[in-house]
Design a binder for this molecule. Sequence first.
Ligand SMILES: N[C@@H](CCC(=O)N[C@@H](CS)C(=O)NCC(=O)O)C(=O)O
Length: 170
Amino acid sequence: MAREGASGGEALTLLGLWASPFVIRARIALNLKGLTYGYTEESLYDKSELLVKSNPVHKKVPVLIHDGKPVCESQNIVQRGRRQRGKRIAVLETLEEQAFKECCKGQQAAFFGGDSVNLVDVVLGSLLGWLQATEAICGVKVIDTTRMPLLAAWAERFRAIDGVKGVITR
Ligand SMILES: N[C@@H](CCC(=O)N[C@@H](CS)C(=O)NCC(=O)O)C(=O)O
């Protein structure tokens, strides 16, 4: 189902039509990626100004409006998520390469906080259950032991500590 709101601070709105297989394809892709977006049902007999302005050549749905910029063609909407995922992985790799090593100060540390957890561990660690659910739904592994060995080991350690164990579901 479409949900109102924004995702990661970015406003997403889909212009659609319930019966359109192209719209359904776009909606399923957005839903499986766990994105939150507004949904506006269009009428093909009375197209909204926003649809005509956003897709001036074909005037077809679906159109995904991302921070005011339209993405037309269902295939582009489906692909768009892949690029976003690539960016997310790049952010995590930076986190692994720079933040974790920086926090460890060149030594083997268990957590961002060193020997014990700090705020960074708690904030990041709280996302692990959600991340794992997304990985399962999308069929991808984001924090894997080959690509991000430090973060993968940290995630296991974080999950195992008292106070976290049993709170983050597997
Ligand atoms: N190639 C487009 C096809 C989209 C399409 O054909 N949408 C139809 C609804 S199923 C539409 O908006 N038709 C309006 C019109 O032709 O005026 C896509 O994949 O997004």
